[in-house]
Design a protein. Structure first.
Length: 428
């Protein structure tokens, strides 16, 4: 059995209760065999020894709202119309980049063509391509005129639509069954609109209860999970009423919504993906969206509402996870850890709480909280070696140069170059 011994590491377990400590970690096979504090002896046996020179060892991060198939374009149709062959290769390349950037787990939150997520997940699991642990999503399911319906009146073909359009409970059932047949881990429903699409803005709620109920009925039959694009308060409540576990965005809330979220907090995850709101307001001018235009599209109102909602949810102990909607021109892939900075800067999280969102909660949303998301004996060896202290400067988690090594399932996806690292430290 392959084993790796990390010595002289500052161990950040991922749990907010414990402070980091200096010690060693022994990985045997794909699990963490031993964690010991400095002074304690860890016998490595035939292990490869990595002297980390005081670098931080922390759990691999989980991205809770991932779209491998978004191709860094500025419009939904530019994502959708990428030919299938190129699109598969694109997803494979992005999956590898995520893993090397420190995301050892990703929760798919919709893909642009029916089987993209499933095929990539299967290729990762069978070892054909490198990538994070991955939960595969369906395409977005929407209703005519809602977010994701990109068909034109004279081109009503499903291939032109970003999401799958359904127009009744029966059509919903048909679409959901198709995705379940393909092997998705979750079904994504677009319950609310989005300010990105002016004809279906964020505070509108589109799907009928009968349609959502039909979808969740099928999801339960197969033991899978429902997820929702839900920006409006009504859509968040609808998601909760129907037993949807993963709520994306949740920008607008009222007291009733917050009470319902709190009551369901042991079951529900909220992944807001707030970077896109910020980017639309402040960083999208190169793509024709000036600050004034973004304000007119409703992004300032939504940003303010989201900050208030998420602060309230955080106080009530609702699990808020990081990541989301990277893969647009304004929020390119692999900058995802920027969300952690936003959580600290705008949402009132401590850096340790932000890291818990990416690690402990990550294990939980992957449905493997008992063995994933912490540096803990017996847990799966998904680990990052980070140059510096993320608790002092959380932005280092999105600097590829500071992610010295990435281990997934006991195997290095990015190997440490400790020689180079030591030279760098001396030179500094
Ligand atoms: Zn999304």
């Amino acid at each position: 059995m392959e084993s790796t011994l990390f010595t002289n590491v500052r161990i950040l377990e991922g749990n907010t209760n414990a402070s980091p400590f200096l010690g060693s970690v022994l990985v045997e096979g794909n699990r963490i065999k031993r964690v010991s504090r400095s002074g304690g002896s860890v016998s490595g046996g035939a292990a490869t020894v990595i002297d980390a020179a005081g670098a931080t060892l922390m759990p691999g991060m989980c991205e809770a709202h991932t779209h491998f198939s978004w191709n860094d374009a500025a419009t939904l149709s530019a994502i959708q119309t990428m030919p299938l062959e190129e699109h598969v290769l694109w997803c494979a390349k992005v999956a590898k980049r995520y893993l090397e950037a420190g995301f050892t787990s990703c929760v798919g939150a919709a893909c642009a063509k029916p089987r993209l997520d499933v095929v990539i997940r299967n290729a990762i699991n069978s070892g054909q391509i490198p990538g994070p642990r991955y939960l595969a999503a369906s395409q977005e399911i929407t209703v005519p005129g809602g977010l994701g319906d990109e068909t034109l009146p004279h081109l009503p073909f499903p291939e032109f639509s970003f999401g799958v359009n359904v127009n009744s409970a029966d059509e919903m059932r048909k679409a959901v069954r198709m995705f379940l047949k393909y092997g998705v881990d979750s079904i994504k429903l677009n319950l609310s609109g989005d300010n990105f699409t002016p004809d279906s803005p964020a505070e509108t709620t589109w799907m009928s209860d009968a349609e959502v109920a039909a979808a969740m009925d099928e999801v339960r039959v197969r033991g899978k999970r429902g997820t929702a694009h839900a920006r409006s308060a009504a859509s968040v409540k609808q998601a909760l009423r129907h037993g949807i576990d993963v709520i994306y965005h949740a920008s607008f809330t009222d007291e009733e919504t917050l009470d319902m979220l709190e009551a369901a907090k042991s079951r529900v995850f909220v992944a807001p993906g707030i970077a896109i709101l910020y980017a639309m307001l402040h960083e999208a001018e190169a793509y024709g969206i000036t600050h004034e235009k973004a304000v007119a599209m409703g992004y300032q109102i939504e940003w303010d509402a989201a900050v208030e909602s998420l602060r309230a949810m955080h106080k009530r102990g609702v699990r808020i996870l990081f990541g989301g909607d990277y893969g647009f021109a304004f929020t390119p892939h692999c900058q995802n850890a920027r969300d952690l900075e936003f959580f600290v800067k705008y949402l009132g999280f401590t850096p340790a709480e932000a890291i818990r969102c990416a690690t402990v909660y990550g294990g939980e949303i992957m449905m493997r909280g008992h063995e994933l998301g912490q540096v803990k004996e017996g847990y799966l060896a998904d680990l990052l070696l980070v140059d510096g202290d993320p608790l002092a400067n959380i932005s280092i988690l999105r600097d590829p140069k500071r992610i010295l090594a990435v281990m997934k399932d006991g195997v290095f996806a990015k190997s440490p170059d400790m020689e180079a690292e030591r030279e760098m430290r001396w030179a500094a």
